[in-house]
Every structure is written in C-alpha cells, then in structure tokens.
Design a protein around this ligand. Structure first.
Ligand SMILES: Cc1ncc(COP(=O)(O)O)c(C=O)c1O
Length: 407
C-alpha cells in the first residue's frame, strides 16, 4: 500500500529576503474553495468557458501539428513568432489605433509574465511604483517580488485622479520608476479612465519624466459607451509600455500575451530577462493562436459573439444588486470587462463574512488585499462573466440576504 508522504514543517531552506512579502494570492486560495459545484461564484476572474472557440482551436492545433509540427514542437526565439507579432501589430492598429512595428512586440507567457518582467528589469528593492488604489492584485504580487514600494493615487468613477497624481509625484522624495494603470474596466473596480484623464495622465507623466505601464486585458470587452484610445495610441512615443493578452478575447489557457515597447533600450533588457525566465513562450500555443487569428474577421466575429453574453450578465448583476442590496451599499457600473466593485456599510468586514457566504453557497473576493497602504475592509469584487443570468440573480439574492443579516 502506498504511504502518503509526510509534510515536513521545519525547512532547511533559508529563503531570500524578497519572499518575505510574497504570499499565495488570497484570490487563488478562495478560488480553490469555490470549485464546489453548488457554490455560485463571483470570485474568480474567469471568462465564460462555453464561449471558448474550441472547435476552431481543435482545427488550428491540428493544422499546426500537421503542417509545421517540427517548428511547433521545437525550441523557438525569445521575442516570439514573427508572423504572430506582425498579426498583433495589424490587430492593434485596426482595433485600438496603436501603431507599432513587429520588432517592438515581445510575446510573453500571459500578461502576468509581462508584469513580472517589467518589475525585474526596472525595480530595485525599495523603488517606488505609482499605482491606482485599489489596484490589480496580480500586479502588486509581481512588483512585491522585486521589493517595490507603492505611491497610491486616489481613484474615483473616472479612474486615477490627476490632481492626486501630481500631489503624489510632488511629495515623493524618490522619482517612481513607472506609473502602472489599467485604463479600461479595471480589475478590481470595473472603472474606466476617462479621455480627459488619459490626456492629463500622459501630460503629467511627461512633465515628471515617469513612464507609464498600461495594462489592457479588457479593452475589447466593452458593452456600453464609446471605445477610448489607449494611452499608447495617444502617446505616439516611447513613454508608454502597452500590454494586452489573448486571455480575455480568446482563452487564458493559451498563455499568450504581448508587450509593446517602442523604447529599444527597454526592449533589449526585457528580452534577456524573459530568456532567463522561460526561454520563450510555448511555440505550440503561439502557432495555434496565429493559425486561429489569421483568418480575416475571425477574432472580431468571436468578440462580437461574446459581447452580448457578457453584457446580459453584467445587466443581470446590476439589476439584482438594485433589487437585493441593503441600504448603505453602493457599487460601480462598469461599461465592460469582467468585474464590478461593491462598497458595503462601513461596519461590515467582507473578509470576516466570507465563511458565512460559503455556507450560503455564494462566493466573492473580499476587497482588502487590493488596497495599497490602506486598511479598507468594507469592499468586495464581484465577477459577472462566469455565471449565467439566473445564477447571478440567485447569487446576488443570497449575498444581499447575508449583508442584511450581518448589518
Ligand atoms: C489587470 C490584469 N492584468 C493582467 C492579468 C493577467 O492576464 P494573463 O492571463 O494575460 O496573464 C489579469 C488577469 O486577470 C488582469 O486582470
């Protein structure tokens, strides 16, 4: 009979200083508990799996293995598949007005790797990063690994506040290395940076000589309002690092994303940093993404197919919130993306009520870990993409009941 290995509690390993602040993300831990089939989960950031283009990918993979299997299963160059990088340029130009050339694109293994690589090449221990508050937890985790410190800027319904950014830049004794921003339907708040503020942010960043790191996984998932140009499209220059991914427009399992770095000095530093991390992003999935995406109109058709489904789910969540949330609760009304952000009464600690939420078979992510340099307990992030309209309505009813009972 096999004997289960014993967990060893005392370690002979002496960990690096940088591991002090690095913990498993609270979200990933919560996600483990929400795998149970009868829990209605608003916790993950998962796209709807029924929308994955599975048949097309089966064909794309078969085509790749049949026609270019020797390359698809072989080591490859760190920068990424040239024809995919060219396709990304055409896509960015037509979809978002960003003009770039293929040699400015670095394919990365998910945007999460992009966050890590930019941290790796730019941050020394103690260096400051300007960040929205609340901010994407995965970015905080990535920059924490390089012992970053944070200058947090107030955020409201139009995103990062320029007046507060100026205050932060003026009062900081060390010039921050970059400003990290998710301008479209931010994770966790769902808030979008207005056009006026995009221009203001660029002007301030230029004036203070601080580059911007624009993380844009959700920009194409817009359900209402007019699309806004990315900062990279407005900047026309070397001041902005732009990043996006196939995770939300096609499928996250591909682990294919891209950094756009017009600054060649930066590009030339990030390439060896990636090489040291993983040599290159999977040759197979890069080729499969290209084989899928190269068909004219296909990605756009797929996005057009997803939008009404997500729009209906967002709307279902918004109307259920209006119906079931107790007085004193407020929430954002995102024009796109996958999340909205709820602020409960001050007396409610959303982390403390999570076990009771599990008992009532509903899950969310408590907001506290997303806040930087602040102890805010009465917020939560809700994901609306991964449940259908009926389960969304029922889940919000359960959550409303819970918030009423604990108030
Ligand atoms: C703002 C933001 N950046 C990056 C990522 C990571 O995306 P990827 O799947 O490309 O690693 C996410 C995922 O949720 C995100 O919300």
């Amino acid at each position: 009979m096999a004997v289960a290995p014993q967990r060893i509690d005392s370690s002979v390993f002496r960990f690096a200083e940088r591991m002090r602040r690095l913990h498993a993300s609270a979200i990933r831990e919560i996600l483990k508990t929400t795998q149970m089939p009868d829990v209605i989960s608003f916790a993950g950031g998962l796209p709807a799996p029924e929308l994955f283009p599975r048949r097309e990918f089966a064909e794309a993979l078969a085509e790749v293995l049949e026609n270019e299997g020797h390359h698809a299963l072989q080591y490859s160059v760190t920068e990424g598949l040239p024809k995919l990088r060219e396709w990304i340029c055409r896509y960015l130009e037509s979809a978002s007005g960003i003009s770039c050339s293929a040699d400015e694109i670095l394919i990365v293994s998910g945007s999460q790797q992009g966050l890590d690589l930019i941290g790796k090449v730019l941050l020394d221990p103690g260096d400051a990063v300007v960040i929205e508050n609340p901010a994407y937890l995965g970015a905080i985790q990535a920059f924490d690994a390089y012992q970053a410190t944070y200058l947090n800027v107030e955020t409201d319904d139009e995103g990062m506040r320029p007046d507060d950014l100026v205050r932060v830049l003026r009062s900081s004794d060390r010039k921050p290395k970059f400003i990290y921003v998710v301008p479209n339907f931010a994770n966790p708040t769902g808030v979008t940076l207005s056009l006026e503020r995009r221009r203001a942010l660029l002007a301030i960043a230029r004036e203070y000589g601080v580059p911007i790191f624009e993380d844009d996984p959700y920009g194409r998932l817009r359900y209402s309002g007019d699309p806004l140009p990315p900062l990279a499209a407005l900047a026309h220059g070397h001041h902005v690092i732009y990043m996006s991914t196939v995770s939300k427009i096609i499928a996250p399992g591909m682990r294919v994303a891209w950094l756009v770095m017009p600054d060649h000095q930066l590009y030339d530093k990030v390439v060896p940093a990636k090489q040291a991390a993983d040599l290159h992003t999977s040759s197979l999935t890069q080729r499969a993404v290209y084989a899928y995406a190269r068909h004219p109109g296909r990605v756009e058709e797929h996005i057009a197919h997803m939008l009404p489904v997500y729009r209906a789910r967002r709307d279902a969540m918004l109307s259920a919130l209006a119906e079931h949330m107790p007085e004193g609760t407020s929430w954002t009304r995102p024009d796109g993306g996958l999340f909205l952000w709820v602020r409960t009464r001050r007396s409610v600690d959303t982390g403390a009520i999570l076990p009771e939420a599990f008992t009532r078979k509903v899950a969310f992510v408590p907001g506290a870990p997303f806040w930087v340099n602040a102890d805010v307990r009465n917020t939560m992030r809700l994901n609306f993409s991964n449940e259908n309209e009926e389960t969304i309505a029922e889940g919000i009813r359960r959550l409303g009941g819970l918030l009423r009972d604990v108030a």
